[in-house]
Write a protein that binds this ligand. Structure first.
Ligand code: HEC
Ligand code: HEC
Ligand code: HEC
Ligand code: HEC
Ligand code: HEC
Ligand code: HEC
Ligand code: HEC
Ligand code: HEC
Ligand code: HEC
Ligand code: HEC
Ligand code: HEC
Ligand code: HEC
Ligand code: HEC
Length: 341
C-alpha cells in the first residue's frame, strides 16, 4: 500500500510539474493522498474515493451524504471539524433560543420538516389535548412565522385571562373562582361549559348525574359549604315510608347505608354485625321494637323480655347478672342462649 501510494504520489507530482505542491490538509495529515485523489487532478475523484467517513464521529446520512466536502471542511484541514458534530455547530438556530440547542430532539438530517408535534408537546410542560390539538400553532406561538416558538406561558390563565374576566355564566370574577381553571375545567375538553366542566370534587354520578346545576346551586350559589347528604335530602328522609326512617334507628348519616344509587336502593348495610335480626329468634322484628327512641339509636330489650322474676330465676347461678338491656346485650350479643362466645 505504501509503495503504491508512493508511486502514485510521484506520478502526480510528475503530472502537474508542481514538485513542491503542498498538501492543503494540514501538517499532521496522515491519510494517503490516493484515498481521494488520482491523476485526474486535485479535486476529489469520486471513482477511487475510499475514505470511510462513518468511522469518524460524524457519519454522513441523508442530505449530508451528497454535500460537497468543503461545505463542512471549508479550510480543507479536515481535523478542524473534529468534535463539531452537534447540529448547532453548523446550523443557525432559526428559533432564536426559543426551543433548545438540541436540534436533534426534533430534527434529522433528512429535512427540517417536523412531524412529531404531538410528541414534542407531550414531553413539554403543556401536552396538547382536546381542542388544543386542533388549534393553529400561531394562536399559541404568536411569532411562529419568525420560527419563534415562545409562548405566553403554560398555565390556562396565561392564555385565557380575557375569557376568565369576561365570563357571565357564571361571572367567575365576582364568584371568586380560582384562576386555576383545571380545578373545574377539563384540560382535554373542547368547550368550557357542559361536558367541559369538571365536577370531580363532588362527582356527579348515579343519582346525581344529569341533575340540573340549579337544583343544587340554588340561585346560582356555587359556594356550597357542605357535601352532607342530609343537608340536601332532609325532606326525602322525613318523607320515607318504606321503611319509615323517622322512627327507629335510621341515622341521618345516609352514607352508613346508602350510595347515590337512583331510588336509594340497594342499601349497603348489614345489621347482623351488630345483632342478628335476619336469623334466629329475632328475625323479622321491627326496628323500633328495639330502637324505641327515634331521637337516638339506643336499644331496649326489656319490652319483650319483661318477665323479670323468671329471668332472675333462670340466671340465679350466673355471676354478674343484672336485669338491664345492656346486661342482656353484653352477655347475649348474638341474641341466643349460648351467652358470650
Ligand atoms: C480524505 C480525502 C483526501 C485526502 C486523503 C487528501 N485530499 Fe487533498 N483534497 C481533498 C478534497 C475533498 C479537496 C478539495 C477538492 C475540491 O475542491 O473539489 C482536496 C484538495 C486538494 C488540493 C487542492 C487544494 C485547493 O486549494 O484546491 C491539493 C493540492 C490536495 N488536496 C493535496 C493533497 C495531498 C498532497 C494529499 C496527500 C497528502 C491529499 N490531498 C490527500 C480530499 C483529500
Ligand atoms: C455534513 C458535514 C460534513 C461533510 C459533508 C463532510 N464531513 Fe468530514 N467530517 C465532518 C465532521 C463533523 C468531522 C469530525 C468528526 C469527529 O469529530 O470525529 C469530519 C471528519 C472528517 C475527517 C477526519 C478528520 C480527522 O482528523 O479525524 C476526514 C478525513 C473527513 N471528514 C473528510 C471528508 C471528506 C473527504 C468529505 C467529502 C467527501 C467530508 N469529510 C464531508 C463533517 C463533514
Ligand atoms: C459539521 C457541520 C454540520 C453538522 C454537525 C450538521 N450539519 Fe446539517 N448540514 C450541514 C451542511 C453544510 C449542509 C448543507 C448546507 C445547508 O443546507 O445548510 C447541511 C444540510 C442539512 C440539511 C438539509 C437542508 C436542506 O435545506 O435540505 C438538514 C435537514 C440538516 N443539515 C440537518 C442537520 C441536523 C438535524 C443535524 C444534527 C443532527 C446536522 N444537520 C448536523 C452541516 C452540518
Ligand atoms: C422542540 C423542537 C425543535 C427544536 C429543538 C428545534 N427545532 Fe427547528 N423546527 C421545529 C419545528 C416544529 C419547525 C417547523 C417545521 C415544520 O413546519 O414542519 C422547525 C423548523 C426549522 C427549520 C426550517 C425553517 C424554515 O425555514 O421553514 C430550521 C432550519 C430549523 N428548524 C433549525 C433548527 C436548529 C438549527 C435547531 C437547533 C439549534 C432547531 N431547529 C431546534 C422544531 C424544533
Ligand atoms: C394551545 C396552544 C398551543 C398550540 C396550538 C401549539 N403549541 Fe406548541 N407549545 C405550547 C406551549 C404552552 C409550549 C411550551 C411548553 C413548555 O414550555 O414546556 C409549546 C412548545 C412548543 C415547542 C417547543 C418545545 C420544546 O421542547 O422546546 C415547539 C417546537 C412547538 N410548541 C411547536 C408547535 C407547533 C409546530 C404547533 C402547531 C402544529 C404548536 N406548537 C401548537 C402551546 C401550543
Ligand atoms: C399557550 C396558550 C394556551 C394555554 C396555556 C391554554 N390554552 Fe386553551 N386555548 C388556547 C387557544 C389559542 C385556543 C383556541 C381558541 C382561541 O383562540 O381562544 C384555546 C381553546 C381552549 C378551549 C376551547 C374553547 C375556546 O375558548 O375556544 C378550552 C375549553 C380551553 N382552551 C381550555 C384550556 C384549559 C383548561 C387550559 C389549562 C389546562 C388551557 N386551555 C391552556 C390557548 C391556550
Ligand atoms: C370554581 C370552578 C371554576 C373555575 C376555577 C373556573 N371555572 Fe370557568 N366555569 C365554571 C362553571 C361552573 C361554568 C359554567 C359551566 C356550565 O354552564 O356548564 C364555567 C364556565 C366557563 C366559561 C363559559 C361561560 C361564560 O360565561 O363564558 C368560560 C369561558 C370559563 N368558564 C372560563 C374559565 C377560565 C378561563 C378559567 C380559569 C382562568 C375558569 N373558567 C375557571 C367554573 C369554574
Ligand atoms: C347533586 C348536587 C350538585 C349538582 C347537580 C351540581 N353540583 Fe356543583 N357542587 C355541589 C356540591 C356539594 C359542591 C361543594 C363541593 C365541595 O365543597 O367539596 C359543589 C361545588 C360546585 C362549584 C364550586 C367549586 C369550588 O371550588 O368552589 C361549582 C363551580 C359548581 N359546583 C358548579 C356546578 C355546575 C356547573 C353544575 C352543573 C353542571 C353543578 N355544579 C351541579 C353539588 C352539585
Ligand atoms: C347539594 C345538595 C345535595 C347533596 C349534598 C347530596 N344530594 Fe343527592 N341529590 C340532590 C338533588 C338536587 C337530587 C335530584 C333529585 C331531587 O331533586 O331530589 C339528588 C338525587 C339523589 C339521589 C337519587 C334520588 C332518586 O329519586 O333516584 C340519591 C340516591 C341521592 N341524591 C343520594 C345522595 C347521597 C347518598 C348523598 C350524600 C353522599 C347526597 N345525595 C348528597 C342534591 C344533593
Ligand atoms: C340504617 C340504614 C339507613 C340509613 C342510615 C338511611 N337509610 Fe334510607 N333506607 C334504608 C333502607 C333499608 C331502605 C329501603 C331500601 C330498599 O327498599 O332497597 C331505605 C330507603 C330510603 C328511601 C326510599 C324509601 C322511601 O320510603 O322513600 C329514601 C328516600 C331514603 N332511604 C333516604 C334516606 C336518607 C335521606 C338518609 C340519610 C339522611 C337515609 N335514608 C339513611 C336504610 C337506611
Ligand atoms: C332485636 C333488636 C333489634 C332490632 C329489631 C333492630 N336492631 Fe338495630 N341494633 C340492635 C343492637 C343491639 C345494636 C347494637 C348497638 C350497639 O352496638 O350499641 C343495633 C345497632 C344498630 C345500628 C348501629 C348503630 C350505631 O350506633 O352505629 C343501626 C344503624 C341499627 N341498629 C339500625 C336498625 C334498623 C334500621 C333496624 C330495622 C331494620 C334495626 N336496627 C333493628 C338491636 C336491634
Ligand atoms: C320484640 C320483642 C323482643 C325484643 C325487643 C328482644 N327480644 Fe329477645 N327474644 C324475643 C323472643 C320472642 C324470643 C324467643 C322466645 C324465647 O325464647 O323467649 C327471644 C329470645 C331471646 C334470647 C334467647 C334465645 C335462645 O336461643 O333461647 C335471648 C338471649 C334474647 N332474646 C336476647 C335479647 C336481647 C339482648 C335483646 C335486646 C337487644 C332482645 N332479646 C330484644 C323477643 C324479643
Ligand atoms: C352476666 C351475663 C348474663 C346476663 C346479664 C344475662 N344473661 Fe341470659 N344467660 C346467661 C347465661 C350464661 C345463660 C345460660 C345459663 C344456663 O344455661 O344455665 C343465659 C341464659 C339465658 C336464656 C335461656 C334460659 C333458659 O334456661 O332457656 C335466656 C332467654 C336469657 N338468658 C335471656 C336474657 C335476658 C333477656 C337478659 C337481660 C335481661 C339476660 N339473659 C341477661 C348470661 C347472662
Amino acid at each position: 500500500m505504501r509503495i503504491l501510494s508512493f508511486i502514485i504520489w510521484t506520478f502526480i507530482l510528475y503530472l502537474f510539474g508542481g514538485f513542491n505542491e503542498e498538501s492543503p490538509h494540514g501538517k499532521d495529515f496522515k491519510i494517503s493522498c490516493s484515498t481521494c485523489h488520482s491523476s485526474k487532478g486535485w479535486s476529489l475523484d469520486k471513482e477511487i474515493y475510499s475514505f470511510d467517513h462513518s468511522k469518524t464521529k460524524m457519519p454522513l446520512t441523508d442530505s449530508h451524504k451528497d454535500i460537497n466536502c468543503k461545505m463542512c471542511h471549508p479550510t480543507l484541514v479536515f481535523s478542524e471539524a473534529k468534535a463539531k458534530t452537534e447540529c448547532v455547530n453548523c446550523h443557525t438556530d432559526v428559533h432564536q433560543q426559543t426551543t433548545s440547542n438540541y436540534c436533534d430532539k426534533c430534527h434529522t438530517p433528512s429535512s427540517w420538516i417536523v412531524n412529531k408535534i404531538t410528541e414534542i408537546h407531550q414531553q413539554s410542560r403543556f401536552p396538547l389535548l382536546g381542542v388544543h390539538t386542533m388549534t393553529e400553532c400561531q394562536k399559541c406561538h404568536k411569532s411562529e412565522t419568525l420560527h419563534r416558538y415562545d409562548v405566553l406561558g403554560v398555565e390556562c390563565i396565561d392564555c385565557h385571562r380575557e375569557k376568565f374576566m369576561s365570563t357571565t355564566q357564571p361571572n367567575h370574577n365576582s364568584a371568586g373562582f380560582s384562576t386555576e381553571c383545571s380545578q373545574c375545567h377539563y384540560i382535554y375538553s373542547y368547550e368550557w361549559a357542559g361536558s367541559g366542566f369538571n365536577h370531580s370534587f363532588f362527582p356527579l354520578t348515579l343519582g346525581h348525574a344529569n341533575v340540573e346545576c340549579a337544583k343544587c346551586h340554588i340561585n346560582g350559589n356555587y359556594s356550597i359549604q357542605s357535601t352532607d347528604c342530609y343537608g340536601c335530602h332532609k325532606k326525602d328522609y322525613d318523607a320515607t315510608t318504606n321503611p319509615v326512617h323517622l322512627s327507629g334507628c335510621y341515622s341521618t348519616n345516609c352514607m352508613l347505608c346508602h350510595t347515590t344509587n337512583p331510588g336509594w336502593s340497594p342499601v349497603n348495610f348489614d345489621h347482623e354485625q351488630y345483632f342478628p335480626i335476619n336469623s334466629g329468634k329475632h328475625s323479622g322484628i321491627a326496628c323500633n321494637q328495639c330502637h324505641t327512641n327515634p331521637a337516638n339509636c339506643t336499644y331496649y330489650c326489656l319490652g319483650c323480655h319483661n318477665n323479670q322474676s323468671e329471668l332472675n330465676n333462670n340466671h340465679s347461678d350466673v355471676g354478674g347478672y343484672t336485669y338491664s338491656s345492656a346486661g342482656c346485650y353484653n352477655c347475649h350479643p348474638k341474641g341466643n342462649a349460648g351467652g358470650k362466645k
